[in-house]
Write a protein that binds this ligand. Sequence first.
Ligand code: NDP
Length: 512
Amino acid sequence: MSLNEELHSVSRTTAGTVARHDTQETFRSTNPATGAVVGVFPVHDADAVAETVARARVAAQTWAALGFAGRRVRLAAYRGYLARRMHELAELVHRENGKPHADAILEITLAIDHLAWASTHASKTLGPRRVRAGMLAANHAAVLEYQPLGVVGVIGPWNYPVFTPMGSIAYALSAGNAVVFKPSEFTPAIGAWLAAAWRAAVPDVADAFQVVTGSGGTGAALCRAGVGKLAFTGSAATGRTVMATCAETLTPVLMELGGKDAMIVDDDADVAAAAGAAVWGAMSNGGQTCIGIERVYATSAVYDRFVAEVTSQVAGLRPGSDDDAAYGPMTMAGQTDVVRRHLDDARSAGGRVATGGTVDGGFIAPTVLLDVPESSSAVREETFGPTLTIARVRDAEEALQRANASTMGLGGSVFSGSRAKAMDLARRMRSGMTSINSVITFASVPALPFGGVGESGFGRIHGEDGLREFSRAKAITRLRFALPVDLMSFRRPPSATDTLARVMGIVHGSHR
Ligand code: NDP
């Protein structure tokens, strides 16, 4: 029996929920292309969430006690399991999220790569290390280490239902925490599959990774369940609510929120390459990518060529649910309304539709908009659809100014022929991540931290920062030998502090 075939029973037991929950309320997830039911899942209420977190708390002790080496072996078994069943999981992602099978494979590959990096770098990043004790404590050894938080709650979105939550789950588990994951109500089968895969691959600490299903109420219960940290990925609006709920119990939060990422195309850029990257960055996954390109600022020198190149490349793209489709339907019906509103707003503000602009059910044609005023919602708000605005700017400085004039700042891209200029623009771009002469690449580099500024959130997943995000620093000193004079004692002689003041004068007094 495949994991998919097990899903129904998994969905009732993934959280380890006991029989009394068999009568509880359920909900369905459906295929966004056909409306067919993918699975039926329990709505875990506050009691069920509390029970799951209690089991996770017990498992967290076993998991932490395994140490880095013991966890690394088990995390390797998990990623091996995922790699061997990649097509099965990709097929489920295709059915429940709507994206093409090939894009699902790419997403799962990225998640596995992060799992590998996190588990193999945890010991070096978080393990105990001696640090200099300094002048005042020269007779002590000083040790710094990063300890797990216990149970980490993860709340995830539907757009990258494997890669996005795994950015928190892989790093939290590698840091020695147990995880309770609440997937989006639009992709519960994928979340349940990931947890069932864990139970199969790591049976001796099965409760270290569990899933609870439901909608916002289940997520809120997880916020209130006394977890050590809540890692949230989703919209800024829900992020505010999650933060407010977590504040009730002073639960710390990690916020990975939406974006309105910009691309700058400079005078000397490779225009064809920039156009290809913009089209992929804007249209892949139907534009439902937090780090997707939504705005392009092209200098006057390249604008006409860039628009012509983008328009011709977009002409070859088509949404659909077959193997040849470039991208699938909108996963969440409500998002179609947002895209439609932005298109209408852009048109009524004087914007021109260079190509696309049509909406057929959940399928939205790849759309390129020109001359859209910066005040329009299509430029200011996250569209999260297969649309791209292209604006003509005087030079790269104006492009940067406009790119930075956003409340959000997640990722971004710079296309330039000059390495020094591109680096300068990338550094000054108000975002957590920028790719030069490509798009989205930073997300595929496990050693690089991932996260935003402003309304795109705070905190970091991925890389060493991502591992530290799910741990707390612990400082320890150990007396190595006693000194004849102990400054931190009521028995110190009165002359001791005079001597100390003289030494400080000699060491630091010459600095002006
Ligand atoms: P939402 O903010 O609508 O939902 C995110 C998650 O929060 C879902 O699991 C949702 O559950 C849950 N939730 C909803 N209400 C509450 C509540 N009151 N308390 C606790 N949890 C709650 O985002 P989407 O799922 O629509 O995802 C799209 C958004 O995610 C976009 O803005 C996108 O940019 C962003 N995103 C950010 C990324 C990043 O790394 N910065 C990566 C990927 C996406 P339910 O679905 O059941 O309502």
